[in-house]
Design a protein around this ligand. Structure first.
Ligand SMILES: Nc1ncnc2c1ncn2[C@@H]1O[C@H](COP(=O)(O)OP(=O)(O)OP(=O)(O)O)[C@@H](O)[C@H]1O
Ligand SMILES: [Mg+2]
Length: 459
């Protein structure tokens, strides 16, 4: 186009044009038109080129380009590692990491990576049976929680550690805390998780101000049950949590629940390390009786028991174990059973300060919890049945009396052993999922359907 304009500009004037002024004016017009057209053509080519380059650049590269370099970290007095400046040097490695995270592969980080992500472990979120948790950030701005694991005395092999981390990493569900990667070397092992802005449920559940609406707590219970149902029933290899409690239910910025620390019992060999002096495994108050009774084999149903204990706490909005004003021990789950047996669950729920709107859901949660804490593991429903019962729309069968084992214990008939026994209750099955039928716990017929059936029968 430019050439056309130039040609027009320098071509000899047509003889038909008598006025040199007219010829000059037409040349100017042609020149301007040529210039505008050329600019348009260049503009279109430019936009096309930009779109092509943008498409060819992976997201991770763009994320890395947005990184603002943090000032070099001052070395901590107690840590001898040199301050790493990894973002410039290891940009291709980071790109690989982000790609692997996107593909849900476990990413292996180095100790200096974690040192940098956590700004020298400057923000501690808390600590538990496995180690300490620190807040950190990936260079693309994504917040993370880094759990530095206590070194296990039996020093499991690196391959075994990575195989177990790999299985946790592949366990993906919206109600489970996501594991981004890990670090494993001679000096340390750590896990890198997604960061949950609102921390753990215990903070809100046992808050004296009771700022969280009960309905939200009920939603949290259902979300937690869904996460557990996935671990027990949908994973390629069943994962037993062993430590369900409010501190392991984490909440995101919208208070959406995600179960944390699943798979760690196996990874950290907690079977050997997390047994307290009294023989309890997991956390006192949430552990199923099979941990200290010899009658039953420990199975995934121990998580169902612990979940039941959490449900009682959600209804009571307080820890299950307390003391009365007169100083006597006060155990809320037993109170719930007494109220259920006497048919006064509604009164108990009102006494817990639960409003009119949520009373029906709360009474139902009490009955579900009573099913979850049955003494015999096989009597407890599977987690998918728990979800159904909590959601409503089914008629829950009346549960039998739980906590009979307490009498057994009072009479001193337990061995007090913490090991799992291979014996089972007569008539119960080792493989509960094969024989469990959900109709033991609930019927699909709703009240409306029942009414309809009665009408049909009488007409
Ligand atoms: N992914 C996370 N995001 C945000 N905060 C977290 C995360 N993981 C853990 N935390 C915080 O760190 C605290 C300590 O967690 P940790 O798991 O070490 O202890 P715990 O849950 O009390 O005990 P346990 O070792 O039995 O799980 C939690 O109470 C929680 O507030
Ligand atoms: Mg925890």
């Amino acid at each position: 186009m430019i050439e056309i304009a130039l040609l027009c500009q320098f071509s000899p004037p047509d003889s038909s044009f008598t006025s040199p002024e007219k010829a000059f004016n037409s040349m100017i017009i042609l020149y301007v038109v040529g210039l505008v057209v050329s600019l348009l053509v260049f503009g279109v080519i430019g936009i096309c080129l930009y779109k092509f380059v943008k498409k060819a650049t992976p997201d991770v590269v763009r994320e890395l380009r947005n990184i603002t370099l943090a000032p070099p970290l001052a070395p901590a007095p107690h840590v001898s590692l040199p301050p790493p400046v990894i973002w410039e040097a290891d940009a291709p490695t980071m790109e690989k990491f982000f790609r692997e995270i996107a593909e849900e592969k476990p990413v292996r980080f180095t100790a200096p990576d974690l040192y940098s992500f956590t700004s020298n472990y400057s923000t501690r979120l808390g600590s538990g049976g496995f180690g300490e948790v620190y807040k950190g950030q990936f260079p693309n701005g994504v917040n993370i929680a880094v759990k530095v694991l206590k070194k296990s005395s039996d020093k499991r092999a690196e391959e075994q550690f990575m195989a177990e981390v790999g299985s946790i990493c592949r366990t993906y569900h919206i109600n489970l805390v996501r594991l981004y990667g890990f670090c494993y070397d001679h000096f340390m092992s750590a896990l890198v998780f997604e960061y949950l802005e609102n921390g753990s449920l215990d903070k809100y559940l046992f808050d004296r101000k009771q700022a969280m609406e009960w309905e939200k707590l009920h939603d949290i219970a259902i979300g937690t049950a869904r996460g557990l149902a996935y671990l027990h029933e949908e994973c390629q290899q069943r994962i037993i949590h062993y430590d369900i409690k409010p501190a392991n239910i984490l909440l995101d910025s919208n208070f959406f629940p995600k179960v944390g620390d699943f798979g760690l019992a196996k990874l950290c060999n907690r079977d050997n390390t997390h047994v307290s002096m009294s023989g309890f495994r997991g956390t006192f108050g949430y552990s199923a009786p099979e941990f200290f009774l010899t009658n039953y084999r420990v199975s995934h149903k121990c998580d169902v028991y612990s979940f039941g204990m959490v449900l009682f706490e959600i209804v009571g909005r307080k820890r299950n174990a307390g003391v009365t004003d007169s100083g006597n021990p006060d155990w809320f789950p037993e109170k719930v059973w007494d109220a259920f047996e006497k048919g006064v669950l509604d009164e108990l729920v009102v006494g817990c300060g639960i409003g009119e709107r949520d009373r029906e859901k709360a009474s139902r949660a009490c009955v579900v919890a009573l099913w979850c804490v049955q003494d015999a593991p096989d009597e407890r429903p599977r987690m998918s049945a728990v979800v159904k019962m909590l959601e409503g729309g089914v008629d829950i069968v009346a549960p039998p009396k739980p906590f009979q084992y307490l009498n057994q214990m009072r009479m001193g008939s337990t061995s007090g052993s913490s090991g799992s026994s291979e014996q089972t209750k007569p008539g119960s099955s080792q493989n509960s999922t094969a024989t469990d039928t959900d109709s033991r716990w609930y019927r699909n017929t709703t009240t409306i359907m029942r009414k309809y059936e009665i009408q049909m029968a009488s007409s």
